[in-house]
Design a protein around this ligand. Structure first.
Ligand code: XIL
Length: 380
């Protein structure tokens, strides 16, 4: 090699070696995503539907894999879907759902084992207490057993309470009496002792219902049966529930010695029918222009309100991150949200962090900025 060529060759080699070294010393900073930014606080989850489980839209699939550290199946593990008749189980989508969570190294949440809604008709029609106990036990053991060690937590019982904190007159209560609650937790923990077991409900920030939930969960724990957590479905609005009630509920639930999860977070920006009770999916109201004001887009002023509301509630979540295990949004994008159809069909709602074009909204920016700001203050 001529001297000049040799010189160039060795200089290039030197640059390469130094380059590699610098990379070793300073690892690349993780990308700014919800999942990464909140990693040291709690899991950030989302509910996904069939189309997202299939990853049929690559942009959507990218968002799910990048932004979230936990997933819940929006419908695919509900009794009606997974166990439609006494002797048949539908595992296609539940299996794909669990495999997806493993592919992205996510915390996988199972929703839900015992719920009066979206309940298979064969269970709904049971009248006898022994028959109901057998059906529930078999349902739980089969499903929890199939995903043992892979599904990390379960909503064992969903929405067992009325608004005044008394027990809902569901088909389970009517056949088995209140024993069904403790038995459901017992059968689940026997089948997968390592999974975290939750009681999950809406309007859990409401003081009366909160008292009932605490009493109910305490009764189960006092029997020596394990309950690991309470899930507060966050189907909330721009002004309700109050921040005080949200914070007090987190404190009260956690005082029972269980984890608190915010399980189904979405904030409706639309008017609410006066008669609506929480997120009872059986309720439906008439659509009208007054009830559906933002069909052509969300006004900036409301976009800002939504971003501030998300920031305010995340401030509370961060303040109590030692008590909170997971915050799961009920969907990824506005276009996908169930709130376009509930409690009034055919509306245009804007409750989530990504818009209909799958672009992050100001609400997304506000909760990312909040956490980065807090991290900065902590390192000062
Ligand atoms: C909703 C789903 O998002 C809808 O797609 C479905 O049509 C009805 O159920 N509480 C729950 C969730 O625990 O399972 C519900 O999900 C919303 C209220």
């Amino acid at each position: 090699m001529k001297i000049k060529q040799q010189f160039l060759f060795f200089t290039a080699l030197l640059i390469l070696v130094i380059g590699c070294k610098t990379n070793e010393v300073e690892p690349k900073k993780p990308a700014i995503t919800l999942r990464n930014v909140y990693e040291d606080a709690f899991y950030i989850g989302t509910a996904i539907n069939k189309f997202q489980i299939d990853e049929s839209d690559s942009v959507m699939a990218g968002i799910v894999g990048r932004e979230f550290s936990s997933i819940t199946a929006e419908n695919e593990m509900k009794s009606m879907q997974i166990h439609p008749t006494k002797d048949s189980f539908n595992y296609e989508y539940p299996d794909k759902f669990v495999a997806l969570g493993e592919k992205y190294n996510m915390f996988i949440h199972g929703h839900t084992l015992v719920w009066h809604s979206q309940l298979s008709s064969w269970i709904r029609s049971i009248k006898d207490s022994t028959e109901m106990a057998e059906a529930l036990k078999n349902h739980i053991q089969t499903i929890v057993g199939r995903y043992k060690g892979r599904v990390n937590s379960w909503d064992v019982v969903n929405e067992a309470l009325n608004e005044d904190g008394t027990l809902r007159q569901s088909v389970f209560l009517n056949t088995m009496g209140e024993d069904y609650l403790a038995l459901a937790f017992k059968w689940t923990s026997e089948t997968d002792p390592k999974a975290d077991l939750y009681y999950n409900d809406y309007n859990m920030a409401n003081a009366e219902k909160r008292k009932g939930a605490i009493k109910m969960v305490k009764n189960i724990i006092d029997k020596g049966i394990k309950v690991d957590g309470i899930g507060m479905q966050g189907h909330w609005h721009l002004n309700t529930p109050s921040l005080e009630d949200i914070e007090q509920s987190i404190l009260d639930y956690s005082a029972l010695g269980v984890k608190v999860a915010i399980t189904e977070l979405d904030i409706s920006v639309l008017p609410n029918p006066d008669e609506l009770v929480g997120a009872d999916i059986a309720q439906n109201f008439q659509n009208s222009e007054v009830m559906n004001p933002y069909t052509k887009g969300l006004p900036d002023s409301i976009q800002v309100k939504l971003a501030n509301r998300y920031k305010d509630i995340f401030k509370i979540f961060l303040k109590h991150k030692d008590k909170i295990s997971r915050v799961t949004f009920w969907g990824v994008s506005d276009g996908q949200s169930w709130l376009n159809g509930f409690p009034v069909r055919g509306r245009t709602n804007y409750p989530l962090l990504f818009d209909r074009q799958l672009k992050p909204k100001s609400a997304y920016d506000s909760i990312i900025a909040l956490k980065l700001r807090e991290d900065k203050q902590l390192t000062k």
